[in-house]
Design a protein around this ligand. Structure first.
Ligand SMILES: Nc1ncnc2c1ncn2[C@@H]1O[C@H](COP(=O)(O)OS(=O)(=O)O)[C@@H](OP(=O)(O)O)[C@H]1O
Ligand SMILES: [Mg+2]
Ligand SMILES: [Mg+2]
Ligand SMILES: [Mg+2]
Length: 363
């Protein structure tokens, strides 16, 4: 199978990092700092990023890396740096698995330099890993959904995607969670993955060790929704109205006759994983007027592939494919609309009708 080694490595390194974030999630202190753009970052984000970059350097030393965080956000804070080092030093994997990932991080100076190895500018050629160590940091802090996200992009195309979603139900048939997860519940925690042309899968978060290719692995599919059934669809969107316009999504739902009670607000790329396994149907991410925000590739690469491999279509709000070959951001796109193949056209028509019908053209 093409990209078998990359997928196996991505599954293991995302598992190790996700289990680290879970330890921070359940701890009362999360070492939260505010970045220059005022968004939050925690010792969980830094720890997960350092561990994943360390393993990628070990396994694929010639590949470029684009990652969200950098050491300057730590602002030379020695207390937090040593907390992160102790966090990355206690592992949940077996010695054999640790060896496959290249072992542990030795000291603080190695930790800081690893954090800064995710500064590739990306572009249309070559291999680059896109990493979001905690997507939905605000959700992570408020006790909601978050995801550890890793994707391999080659010549602008996503080839491998893995999402670690520790707060989603393991069961593919469970409804979308609307309340805070119980981190001690053994039926919580799932990994989603896909390779281009190889389909999409889910598996238990903790079940990696002996046979990562087969243990607990299930092929996942979107709902096969048709236009007549759209009023029965569930759509999901960001919790933060600053990230995705809630008023526009309401107007679109109204046009499609989808009751608002069928919408679920959820942080992070857990939205992509959820619709890919049929726990929900449509993901709407609608540009907020006046912001001119350009999406980052690490917020979408893994989820885009997982949904497409599960039988969905992912485009921006204008119906264009997401273009991951334009650098660190999705420079050619605005918003995201992900839906089952049978209804994506109809959803895009409604999105365009609502967005183009408004006077505000800054989108
Ligand atoms: N202004 C604006 N508009 C759109 N998107 C933004 C914006 N600001 C941030 N971000 C990115 O949103 C990521 C969080 O994902 P979601 O928006 O899906 O989740 S939620 O808002 O927390 O519900 C979040 O990812 P993390 O930083 O990894 O948490 C950001 O990269
Ligand atoms: Mg962030
Ligand atoms: Mg993110
Ligand atoms: Mg993040």
């Amino acid at each position: 199978m093409p990209y078998e080694a990359e997928l196996a490595h991505a599954l293991l390194t995302v598992t190790r990092a996700t289990l680290l974030t879970r330890r921070v999630f359940t701890s009362s202190t999360k070492g939260t700092l505010s970045k220059t753009d005022t968004s939050p970052v925690t010792i969980g984000d830094f720890g997960a990023q350092a561990l994943i970059i360390s393993s990628l350097r070990h396994a694929f030393p010639n590949d470029a890396i684009i990652a969200e965080e950098e050491s300057s956000s730590l602002a030379s804070n020695p207390t937090l740096t040593s907390e992160i080092l102790s966090l990355v030093s206690s592992t949940s994997l077996s010695p054999e698995e640790e060896a496959r990932l290249g072992g542990s991080i030795k000291d603080e100076s190695q930790l800081l330099s690893l954090l800064d190895m995710g500064k590739s500018t990306g572009g249309p050629s070559g291999r680059v890993w896109a990493l979001d160590p905690i997507d939905g940091t605000k959700g992570f802090l408020r006790g909601g959904q978050y995801a550890v996200c890793l994707a391999l992009i080659e010549d602008g195309d996503v080839k491998v995607g893995v999402l670690g979603c520790p707060n989603l139900p393991l069961s593919d048939t469970a409804p979308l969670p609307t309340s805070a997860p119980d981190p001690d519940d053994a039926s919580t925690g799932v990994l989603f993955s896909a390779t281009l042309g190889g389909g999409a899968s889910s598996r238990p978060l903790t079940h990696t060790s002996s046979k990562p290719q087969t243990d607990g692995v299930k092929t996942i599919h979107m709902h096969s929704l048709q236009p007549d059934n759209i009023p029965n669809a569930t759509f999901c969107e960001s919790v933060e109205a600053a990230h995705s316009s809630h008023s526009d999504s309401s107007a679109i739902a109204e046009l499609l006759h989808i009751p608002l009670s069928q919408s679920v607000r959820m942080d992070s790329q857990a939205k992509y994983g959820s619709i890919a396994r049929g726990a929900g149907d449509i993901y709407l991410r609608l540009p907020v007027p006046g912001k001119g925000y350009v999406e980052k590739i690490w917020d979408h690469a893994a989820g885009d592939l997982i949904v497409r491999e599960a039988g969905g279509v992912v485009t921006d709000a204008r119906g264009q494919n997401l273009d991951f070959g334009r650098g660190r951001r999705l420079e050619g796109n605005t918003g995201v609309v992900a839906a089952p193949q049978g209804v994506h056209d109809v959803v895009i028509k409604a999105v365009r009708e609502v967005l183009e019908g408004k006077k505000d053209v800054d989108r």
